[in-house]
Design a protein around this ligand. Structure first.
Ligand code: ZN
Ligand code: ZN
Length: 269
């Protein structure tokens, strides 16, 4: 039987209900975005059906050129406002002076390959609701793959690491209360402790997509040898709690550094 195409003209097949009923559009995001903003865009399930979700998220500028290779650093007011909302939830005396979305085909391919691998392994659903989700619009949040516990998390870093990202490279800093690993938080105060100052007296924080995969939740308090869990093939990350939640992963392919935020204290030059 020939498939029916989405009425929004996105070119994808119509979605189907569990009972076999055919919907007028490919997914709810496509219907919503067409109505609200006059464009096509998809949720993660639609992307998985269409191409195993190796395409960039719909809101990236590069979605238009894919599958051609791409590299874009997209700034602008919208991106800066979102960064400010996330930062000022916990750091009201700081402001985002610049925020860039890094759209990089090399990093994205590496990340989506790992994400697909975790999906095939069918990891256990973890009950994680990072507070970053509350500052990101609904239609962007629906691009997260909850099957692999994909979330947006913060990572305080250095200028050197930010430069590496713009060259298709990612150099995560590592180490802390839970042994070796790459650390994230959903509370900007925590990530701020790991961010180093630039010569211009700014600090740098990344807002990353992180595919947590199988999550080992630790009892409260530090555990300096928590990296021992990395040997367990069903564990891809740990969630520990000190004065804030700390998320630790061991494989940089589980991280996509989507936004670089440059921020500084309000009142300084
Ligand atoms: Zn559609
Ligand atoms: Zn769709």
């Amino acid at each position: 039987m020939a498939s029916v195409l989405c009425q929004n003209g996105c070119g994808r097949d119509c979605g189907k209900g569990a009972d076999g009923r055919v919907f007028p559009t490919c997914c709810k995001s496509c219907a919503y975005l067409k109505k609200e903003r006059g464009l096509c865009g998809h949720d993660i399930d639609c992307d998985i059906r269409a191409n195993e979700a190796v395409c960039p998220p719909w809101y990236w500028k590069s979605a238009a050129v894919w599958p051609e290779p791409f590299h874009e650093e997209v700034g602008g007011e919208y991106v800066k406002e979102m960064g400010t909302k996330i930062l000022q939830r916990r750091l009201p005396d700081w402001k985002v002076v610049r925020c860039e979305r890094i759209e990089d085909a090399v990093l994205w391919d590496k990340y989506t390959a790992k994400r697909a691998q975790l999906r095939e392994r069918s990891v256990a659903k973890a009950n994680i609701q990072p507070e970053t989700a509350e500052s990101i619009q609904y239609s962007a949040n629906t691009t997260l793959d909850h099957r692999v516990n994909e979330v947006w998390l913060l990572h305080g870093t250095s200028e050197e690491a930010a430069k590496a990202i713009s060259h298709s490279n990612f150099l995560p800093s590592s180490g802390g209360c839970f042994g070796s690993g790459i650390y994230f938080a959903d509370d900007a105060r925590k990530s701020n402790q790991y961010a180093s100052r630039t010569a211009e007296d700014q600090k740098i924080m990344l807002l990353c997509r992180v595919a947590l995969g199988g999550v080992k939740v630790l009892p409260e308090g530090q555990d300096r040898s928590a990296d021992r869990f990395a040997a367990d093939p069903s564990i891809d990350s740990i969630l520990g709690t000190t004065d804030a939640k700390e998320f630790v992963v061991y494989d940089s392919a589980q991280i996509y550094p989507e936004y670089i935020m440059y921020y500084q204290e309000i009142g300084t030059a």
